[in-house]
Ligand binder design. Sequence first.
Ligand SMILES: N[C@@H](CCC(=O)N[C@@H](CS)C(=O)NCC(=O)O)C(=O)O
Length: 231
Amino acid sequence: MKLYTGDLSPYSAKVRMQIYAMGITDIAFDLPPSFFMGKLAEVSPIGRIPVLETDEGIVPESEVIAEYLDDLYPDRALVGSSPWQRAQVRLLSRIADIYLMNNIFMVLPQIKRKTRNEAIRDLLINQVNRGMGALEKHIGEGDFAVGDQLTRADCTLVPALFLCESTVPRLDVANPILATTRVAAYWQKIQSNEFAAKILDEMARGMKARLDGTERKMIEAAIEKAKAGKT
Ligand SMILES: N[C@@H](CCC(=O)N[C@@H](CS)C(=O)NCC(=O)O)C(=O)O
């Protein structure tokens, strides 16, 4: 199988963390030039990463890929051990996906001060803060988000909280984790988990490449190579 993934993509990082934690070793990572050329829709109609390529066809959407991997390897599934825990895992993953990551993604264009629309920024950041408030109530108080083992809730929360800490302040608003107690304690602890640390390193590498222009050069080279291959 092949996963279309990017270092900085939080939705991809979520799936990579699950792959590392489940010990799945037969999935290659790739990011085709078509993604940068705005042509990923030729491979996957939704046109977003991550996408899992399997012998039966493609699986888009991080949450669907995550469930597919749990279904493929049920003995290693990261879903929790009781119906209640499974509900909590799904809930926390959903809060991280829909209320945190999605709103942060929508607000990204407002990072540019010159063209910023403060009403749009405030609207979306209020939604992030509201999601964070809910997370504060639902998250567990141990080393993991749910129960005493790593679950898919952690795989979604780690990249979401990375975005809260590293990207939200670039909008000239406070990191929403700072207003929490339980989430802040969790965030402090989970960063030393080996699988969390691995994707946080990858995301930091992606962020550095984006900010220092290395990513742009790599994209241009990949696009040139793809074009040359076609002629
Ligand atoms: N709901 C999707 C969101 C995926 C997503 O937005 N991916 C971003 C990168 S993290 C992307 O591919 N953006 C490209 C675009 O929007 O054209 C999921 O869970 O996989």
